[in-house]
Design a protein around this ligand. Sequence first.
Ligand code: SF4
Length: 420
Amino acid sequence: MNIVKELVGLCGIARDNAPTESEAFCYELLRRQYQKIDEAVEEKKGNFAIVSCYSPMELLHAMDILPLTTLLHAAITSMVRPCQDFLDAVTGYGVPVDICSMHRTAAGMAIAGAFPTPDFIIGTSEVCDPEIKTTEVIARILNRPNFYLEQVASYDVIHPHHWYNEGVVAYYKKELGALVGFIEKQTGKNLDIDRLREVIKLSNEAAALYREVSRLREHVPTPVRNVEFFYHCLIYSLFAGTQEAVDYFNLCLKDAREVVEGKRSLPYEEKHRISWLFCLPCYSMDLFNWMEKEHGVVIPVDMVNYWTGDEEEMDPSDPIDAIARKGYWAPLAAVYIGPGEKWSERAVELSQKGKVEAAVIMNNYNCKEGCFILRLIRDTVQERLGIPVKIIDADVIDPSLAPPDSLKDELEGFFETLEE
Ligand code: SF4
């Protein structure tokens, strides 16, 4: 089995069945990316890399690397097909079932022989601690060179844990320089710094559009469908620095503006607004359509698309410095790094921005980063905003803990209390 070839077909089917133009375009971009990887492998181009979730995408795009991003790739796969075969493979290898299923699925693909052989592998230490070990296991199984990009510096420059300061930026820049050297050695091609500057400009363009889409989502009623929030996160995470990301967010912005301006309407009536804090069940994306249709529940704000307002425009004149700084403000990273108190404060701020009447936290029950502090987040949001917060136990990939119908049952009870 070759999961990349399989996803070329499955993303094409998802594109053809997508209800909106922007959702179809999201799947088309994913399909094209898998197709490019497949062709690069067949033609032995030497530029296919399996990489961690928080790898510096602008740098990879500027160096013509085709990245397959472990965790997001696992999430995408579970959106279009069951992943039990990979979960079984990784369990057979000896990985305990209480490791996050995104890691287990990605490693399971390597164990099951489903990955085409990458030219090299890049692991990062940002946000998610198991990530670095997952790429190490994949590198060992596939017997490919592996670079470890250390974002978190030693404790003498970071105090407290993971705060953004000039010491950590200087440290991370050195690491990025070493990564450039590693990629140059693997590919035999030097980094073209002018090309990287152009990529940074495109990344800025996509980020500006993305922020505007996120701002429009907060409008009452929200002009963006629930299911799209994860696509926004996916496309920015995977394609920042490419024209494709700019085109995608332009399309999302056009769609959202049309709804706000009354030129187009959404096929449900908004009745309740909730914030979605933390993970989502990728195996059951239809849950988000169901909420809108059956209960008029919309999600104008969520944690994976959180722009703090502190973000900096990336400076193309010093692109490596800009990439290092982005590691500390990128939306999918900034909320989760640092003390739990920061996370809970942002959950409050986010829920206020979204003018929500309730919040849902999906507890990815085996997440080593998040589970410990969900109680803190729930209590903080409840106490500060006086709104109900529901914690649901589920998994990002594996439906066995909370099959789609039981998730609906659990949320239905909560939504009924909102009706009352
Ligand atoms: S859910 Fe937790 S353990 Fe899993 S990838 Fe995200 S941060 Fe890491």
